[in-house]
Design a protein around this ligand. Structure first.
Ligand code: DX5
Ligand code: ZN
Length: 218
């Protein structure tokens, strides 16, 4: 199983609806939406009004990655804007268990993201309360950064943890520095959902770029 989620962060922001329609027609499975607040991460992108504005233009699964402090205060805004799934950072949640249940109570799958410096033990107590784990393969904040190799063993250990806990249904997502080469590595390690910003949006042939990230694609 391999889900490809182009990250809107690398799209042309002056033509968002067209950019999204383009990757949708070229084989994207999900649209990854990177929300940054200039506080949890050193960059600022867009908020719920933009998500709501693009919603009518796409049937893609809106995969909202909240790189923001106090995400609990904003979950409902993103649900109303049309998010299909929401992922919060473990590092940004004092009450992670509560936030995951807030997301699930809205009927959405709940994800937890872990920065490269955060150990898997951060999710040990909420394995039964989540639907997706996002292993960051760069420090979040910017597109086009270099893939951090130590994440490969982390993905493999996460997979093992999920099997041991009877949660092999939980999706393993990777985000950051995914390209045709690293896509094969992360898939081998056990990831099923691949986010790719620059490797899709910066390519002129986006159908080929998306296909190249799938098994046997490169
Ligand atoms: C990083 C974001 C990523 C980013 C990935 O902070 O969460 O989703 O867009 O960009 P690439 O694929 O270019 O590394
Ligand atoms: Zn992201």
């Amino acid at each position: 199983m391999s889900i490809i989620a182009p990250s809107m962060l690398s799209a042309d922001f002056s033509r968002l609806a067209e950019e999204i329609a383009d990757v949708e027609s070229k084989g994207a499975d999900w649209l990854h939406i990177d929300v940054m607040d200039g506080h949890f991460v050193p960059n600022l992108t867009f908020g719920a009004p933009i998500v709501g504005a693009i919603r009518p233009h796409s049937k893609l699964i809106f995969d909202v990655h909240l790189m923001i402090s106090n995400p609990d205060q904003y979950i409902n805004d993103y649900v109303r804007a049309g998010a299909d799934r929401i992922t919060v950072h473990a590092e940004a949640c004092v009450h992670l268990h509560r936030v995951l249940h807030m997301i699930r109570e809205q009927g959405l799958p709940a994800g937890v993201a872990l920065n490269p410096g955060t150990p898997l033990s951060a999710i040990e107590e909420v394995v039964d309360d989540l639907d997706l784990v996002l292993i960051m393969t760069v420090n979040p904040g910017f597109g086009g950064q270099k893939f951090i190799h130590s994440a490969l063993s982390k993905i493999a250990r996460l997979k093992e943890m999920l099997v041991q806990r009877g949660r092999s249904d939980v999706l393993i997502q990777v985000d950051g520095g995914v390209n045709t080469q690293t896509a094969a590595w992360v898939r081998e390690a056990g990831a099923g959902v691949l986010v790719a910003g620059s490797a899709v949006f910066n390519e002129s042939d986006r159908a080929a770029a998306i296909a190249a990230l799938r098994p046997g694609g490169a």
